[in-house]
Write a protein that binds this ligand. Structure first.
Ligand code: SAH
Length: 516
């Protein structure tokens, strides 16, 4: 129940890596009626919002505001007055150059209650992910956070350049990229040695992180050459030299690799999270949508007559989900399945089944229909009735082989897969710009649908130099049938196997470069 008057939570959303959110912030997003966010807050965090929460985007990069600060303030006030609890996500920490203080004052002036949830500031976290500790006993005794972009209407500058220049402090400038040449000039004019190390860290803590280093004399050219833009942190001081030794994030095995994920969004999160953890940047272009079947009658009829069956064979997590959804909708529960034996095609399907409290009787050695058939071959299946709820238009080998063993198989459609094409333009643009390193294919339909998205384009030319990663031999055959070549194939036909194959590929490529 919402209170008669709402409350605004000014939340530090952290610097970018969604893992750097605090527990309190996450709980607050989960409970909010309205979530207000801007471009520095990781959109991933919106996944924590409740399904009925209103999500409002209020800001773009430097100057190009979708809503002005005044309008943002009024929005917060209005929503709170409607009695809603508002989670206002702000990049990094709300009170470090985030205008969080101003928002709090504004709320106060309208009598709106608020709380502040501090966050991990980019001023510390971006350097940390670049291997730069902002303090270190051998190098500096203090650290300053400085705006690189004073309010344009300020009459007199508050910048104490002589103090910045004379101290051994680590200077961390935020919002300073456009002003970089002015900053370095001022520091040198006030006596800072021209060989003082400087680093810029863009999109720190995210998989897009980019770092450029130099000295006060060289950094402007280096940044120009690297075409590094905002948002970035500028670090000036001797601690920057520690990066040579301490850079760790850049050395994660897939750092900087841009990898396209083609599986359905609802199923992609595990793969995306693991690839992100390894440093890769995932571009989600779902090629498949999973929807309930148009005709549910067969599945419903089977569920009405579960007592007729001996076995339930599940070939995917979607099959598990849609089977149980329908079971529960019919007012039944797992007790209706007590007499059945179960077979699953792979470990993930088996785990999902276990979530419902059921242990699979059969788990094949490898995760393909052929292996399920092998697993059944030691059993006497004569006269056994098997229920096989799965995708419309699935491969026919499983029912055919089970029938040959004397079983009676009822194949019912539990869900349908459709082409998803929302990501088409992004995909084509990125491929044309040479901005993609690899594409992952987790089933034959991801291959077929992916190539449908490229219809009208010269697909082989666009995919030149792009690593095509396949989850297993059947998916690889589909890639070949389309006139392309799978560059790598997972050993285990699983997502973990696919990640393993990507890692192996890039590690080999790296050691090849190092040997040269
Ligand atoms: N409250 C934020 C800072 C907001 S001011 C915080 O505590 O981090 C906006 C500036 O923050 C940007 O211009 C940039 O200098 C810095 N910034 C924010 N996120 C960043 C990131 N992931 N990498 C590098 N700089 C970042």
């Amino acid at each position: 129940m919402t209170q008669s008057r709402g409350k605004v939570y000014l939340i530090g959303a952290g610097p970018g890596d969604p893992g750097l959110i605090t527990v309190k912030a996450k709980e607050c997003i989960q409970a909010a009626d309205v979530v207000v966010y801007d471009y520095l807050a990781s959109p991933f965090l919106l996944n924590y919002a409740g399904k009925d929460a209103e999500i409002i985007y209020v800001g773009k990069k430097g100057g190009d505001h979708t809503l002005t600060q005044d309008k943002i303030n009024l929005l917060l006030v209005d929503k709170a007055r409607e009695g809603k609890n508002v989670a206002r996500l702000k990049g990094g920490d709300p009170f470090v150059f985030g205008r969080g203080g101003e928002e709090a004052q504004e709320l106060l002036s309208y009598g709106i209650r608020y709380e502040v949830i501090p966050g991990v500031t980019s001023a510390v976290a971006a350097p940390a992910y670049a291997g730069i500790p902002v303090t270190h006993r051998d190098h500096t005794s203090f650290v300053s956070f400085i705006t690189g972009h004073e309010r344009p209407d300020k009459k007199e500058s508050r910048m104490q350049w002589d103090i910045f220049a004379k101290s051994d402090a680590t200077l961390v400038f935020l919002m300073g990229v456009k002003n970089l040449s002015n900053i370095v000039t001022k520091l040198m004019e006030h006596g800072k040695p021209s060989d003082t190390p400087v680093a810029l860290v863009r999109w720190g803590t995210t998989t897009r992180q980019q770092t450029v280093t130099g000295t006060l004399t060289t950094i402007v050219d280096a940044v120009k050459k690297a075409e590094l833009k905002s948002p970035a942190i500028i670090v000036v001081g001797h601690v920057v030299s520690l990066r040579d030794e301490l850079a760790w994030f850049d050395q994660t095995p897939l750092f900087g690799k841009k990898i396209v994920i083609t599986r359905a969004r609802a199923q992609a999160s595990g793969l995306v999270a693991e690839l992100n953890r390894l440093g890769a940047q995932c571009i989600e272009i779902p090629t498949i949508k999973i929807v309930p079947p148009e005709n549910k009658k067969a599945l419903e009829a089977a569920i009405d007559h579960l007592d007729l069956y001996d076995w339930l064979v599940l070939t995917s997590v979607n099959g598990v989900k849609f089977f149980f959804d329908t079971l529960f909708k019919k007012g039944k529960d797992v007790r209706a399945l007590g007499h059945l034996k179960f077979a699953c095609i792979g470990p993930v399907t088996k785990e999902r089944l276990a979530d419902y409290g059921i242990i699979s009787d059969i788990l094949p050695e490898t995760y393909q229909a052929e292996s399920v058939v092998d697993a059944f071959s030691s059993l006497d299946m004569t006269g056994k009735k098997i229920l096989l709820p799965r995708a419309k238009k699935a491969r026919s080998i499983l029912p055919e082989q089970l029938t040959l063993m004397g079983a009676m198989v009822d194949e019912v459609t539990a869900y349908e897969t459709r082409l998803a094409d929302e990501g088409k333009d992004l995909l084509v643009d990125m491929l044309k710009a040479g901005d993609i390193d690899a594409v992952t294919f987790t089933s034959s339909s991801t291959v077929t649908n992916f190539l449908t998205l490229l219809e009208g384009q010269n697909a082989p030319a666009l995919l030149e130099g792009v690593l095509l990663a396949s989850i297993g031999p059947i998916t690889s055959d589909t890639i070949r049938a389309k006139g392309l070549k799978p560059d790598i194939e997972a050993d285990a036909f699983t997502i973990d196997g696919l990640i393993e194959a990507l890692l192996k590929h890039y590690e080999n490529a790296l050691s090849g470069v190092l040997k040269k």
